[in-house]
Design a binder for this molecule. Sequence first.
Ligand SMILES: [Zn+2]
Length: 208
Amino acid sequence: MDQIKIGKFIASCRKEQGMTQAVLAEKLGISDRAVSKWETAKSLPDAGIMLELCELLNINVNELLSGEKIMTEAYNKKAEENLLAMRQEVDEKNRQLLKLEVLISVPAIIAGLILAAVAAFLEISTGLRIGLMVFAVAMIITIAFIAIGIEQKAGYYECQKCFDRHIPTYWQTNLAPHIGRTRYMKCPACGKWSYQKKVLTKENEKEA
Ligand SMILES: [Zn+2]
């Protein structure tokens, strides 16, 4: 143990807490000469007083004996919090994207179907009827392509064989048979085919 380092550390923590040697000594029920002796590295605080001293200095015993603040714990916690916040942001963005997929595709498909129905039943020339039909179908297909593009980018697909989570290519997604957002695709990790589920996060909670 580095007594000089500890002494300086006690002094700096005491000042940080806005206490004079006398005030700290009074709170601990000891003489201010004792505090002065710690700070000038002439002695170390008794084990019996250490916990109380640490509490007053807002440090832990480990830090007192190291003569410095130990940041590891706080640092890790902060890093973890930052990571979590980042993940939540990505999740939220993906959730919004998937909502957008529904918001643009459902009205477009309904509009397309109405247009097709109008074209079928209206008293119009055959040319115009075919034109409207083609337009309606083209609109539905275009929107479907855009929607699949959004879906492919938002989140991941999870293989049902090895539970690997990955982003397939646009065309792999587009050409895959699907039920809702669950798509029958080949897994890049294990190479098996399965109905892959849409998931928002990369990490698999089942494994974690
Ligand atoms: Zn797999």
